[in-house]
Design a protein around this ligand. Structure first.
Ligand SMILES: C[S@@+](CC[C@H](N)C(=O)[O-])C[C@H]1O[C@@H](n2cnc3c(N)ncnc32)[C@H](O)[C@@H]1O
Length: 237
């Protein structure tokens, strides 16, 4: 049987745990149909999710917060493949509902929890030791035809507000916290972070950062993801 014709969630779980290749469209069949169409642009692919969720336990992380968790693809794949617990924070209620259902479908509901809300609902810093950011606020810069839907505010003004807030949150994280960025997050990583790993993930970059100081107020900021990318593109070879 071709891998992409796997029929049941159990078969997919089994393949993912064995490290066998699973096509995104096989997994995405378990999402409500309008969300399948958005998958390529908006949801982390299986390949990237499994890679990020290999890095995190290796780095000592145990509890991951996915900021803007969508229908839960990253959290559910991570809970299937790695010894990690997940919290997903998502401001669109119908995506939270889809994520909870996805976790049940794949039998990992005991290891993932989805919070409905925006950055106002951000969990206490001791609830997680790693953040996952797949460019969560990028939609605010897209043309309206590329928005996921119009159920929440999507605007350039919102982009600026969210970036300022997430930068402040990153600065506050305790020493040893890890952050994975996938296609960046639109802002700057504080200079108290070191870049531990970087790898091309399709057209994007996957990066693992580690906070090295306990939240320092008024610190300077490191390069933006765009600056890092420009450096990589100009590197010889
Ligand atoms: C690019 S998708 C990533 C989804 C998921 N993390 C993944 O990797 O598959 C970004 C998600 O963030 C959500 N989002 C954007 N801004 C948000 C905010 N301020 N608070 C909570 N969720 C937000 C969007 O609704 C969308 O589901």
């Amino acid at each position: 049987m071709a891998i992409d014709l796997l029929e049941t969630a159990d078969e997919i779980v089994d393949s993912l745990r064995r490290g066998a290749r699973v096509e995104d469209r096989a997994f995405d069949r378990f999402l409500p149909s309008p969300l399948r169409k958005a998958s390529y642009q908006y949801w982390t692919s299986i390949k990237v999710a499994t890679r990020a969720c290999e890095w995190l336990p290796d780095a000592g992380a145990r509890r991951v917060l996915d900021v803007g968790s969508g229908p839960g693809k990253l959290c559910v794949i991570g809970a299937i493949t790695a010894q990690l617990q997940f919290i997903g924070l998502e401001h669109r209620p119908h995506l939270v509902e889809a994520a909870r259902q996805l976790a049940i479908t794949f039998g990992v509901q005991h290891r993932v929890r989805f919070i409905r809300g925006d950055l106002d609902a951000f969990p206490d810093l001791d609830a997680f030791d790693a953040l996952y950011l797949y460019n969560p606020f990028g939609e605010n810069l897209f043309l309206p035809k590329d928005h996921l839907d119009d159920t929440v505010e999507v605007s350039q003004a919102r982009f600026q507000r969210e970036i300022r807030r997430i930068e402040a949150i990153l600065a506050e994280l305790p020493s040893g916290a890890h952050v994975v960025t996938h296609n960046g997050f639109g802002g700057r990583v504080p200079s108290s972070y070191t870049l531990e790993r970087t790898e091309r993930a399709g057209v994007n970059q996957l990066r693992l950062w580690r906070q090295t100081e306990d939240g320092v107020e008024g610190q300077s900021w490191d390069e933006t993801e765009e600056e890092l990318r420009a450096e990589e593109l100009t590197e010889p070879g």
